[in-house]
Design a protein around this ligand. Structure first.
Ligand code: HEM
Length: 246
């Protein structure tokens, strides 16, 4: 018995959208981290830190918060990178034959939101660290950091750019498409700032595995950026006039 072949629309995967549950989860996590950080910088902070050191068997020279902030920084970097390459792949229409645009766009937004969540963890835990506690001003104002002020300052600027770009995902209807795109292009500067920040402010950057991570991720962005620019140039090139029918 012969069956009709599936139509082109049936063959496409069903679009998914980030449910309000996900957004609520991310917002809730953000405020939990905020509340946790406030407790850590309160008078209760030292007792809680001692409890963590005891629970995880950390000596006096080691600080659990220092590990958490560094790990969160690396996860935030990887999520930001994922969002950047995903965005470049969407713009270059790389996914169009495989996945529905609604699906790929939602993932792009999700990676940006998750990056902001880990960025919040990175920064708030830094304020609670006993080894090098950061003040609110040092976290919010670029180049005020007591440690490697320039490279940490680049991280602060990258954080502002990432927040701006992510927020405008939800303001697309209110700002024009032209403004949305212009703001979105700055995300490449945000990614560059975050890369230089991680590489030149990070303790782990001297490790071969960290250097390899920055190198491979950065080169992939450069490759996709070049591909996107090439596709853009090809699409803008004047098309040759069709040959006249005899
Ligand atoms: C998009 C924004 C950001 C990303 C992706 C990011 C990511 C990272 C990464 C990957 C590291 C290296 C971790 C390591 O090697 O151990 C790092 C280190 C650091 N970041 Fe950020 N960061 C961002 C924003 C910020 C902000 C706003 C601050 C606020 C002051 C900050 C403060 C620091 C500090 C002090 C270090 C050095 C920690 C260490 O010694 O490893 N970062 N960051």
């Amino acid at each position: 018995m012969s069956q009709n072949p599936p139509s082109k629309t049936e063959a496409l995967p069903k679009p998914v959208s980030i449910s309000s549950g996900w957004i609520a989860f991310i917002i809730l996590s953000f405020f939990s981290v905020l509340a946790g950080s406030i407790v850590l910088i309160s008078p209760l902070g030292p007792a809680i830190r001692n409890l963590f050191s005891w629970l995880f068997g950390l000596g006096a020279a080691q600080s659990a918060t220092w590990y958490v902030t560094r790990a969160a920084g690396i996860v935030a970097y990887l999520l930001l990178w994922l969002s950047t390459i995903w965005g470049l792949a969407i713009s270059s229409k790389i996914f169009d034959r495989l996945l529905h645009r609604g699906f790929t766009f939602d993932f792009h937004q999700l990676f940006s939101l998750l990056a902001l969540g880990f960025l919040a963890l990175h920064v708030f835990i830094l304020m609670a660290d006993s080894y090098l506690p950061y003040s609110l001003a040092e976290v919010l104002v670029p180049f005020l950091s007591p440690y490697r002020p320039f490279w940490v300052g680049l991280g602060v600027i990258a954080a502002y750019i990432s927040i701006l770009v992510t927020v405008t995902f939800y303001l697309r209807q209110k700002i024009s498409m032209k403004n949305f795109r212009l703001i979105h292009y700055t995300s490449l500067l945000g990614y560059l700032g975050a890369t230089l920040h991680g590489l030149l402010a990070g303790t782990d950057s001297s490790l071969p595995v960290a250097m390899l991570m920055y190198l491979v991720t950065f080169l992939l962005v450069i490759f996709l950026l070049a591909y996107w620019l090439l596709m853009l140039w090809l699409s803008k090139r004047p098309q040759p006039a069709p040959a006249l029918a005899r």
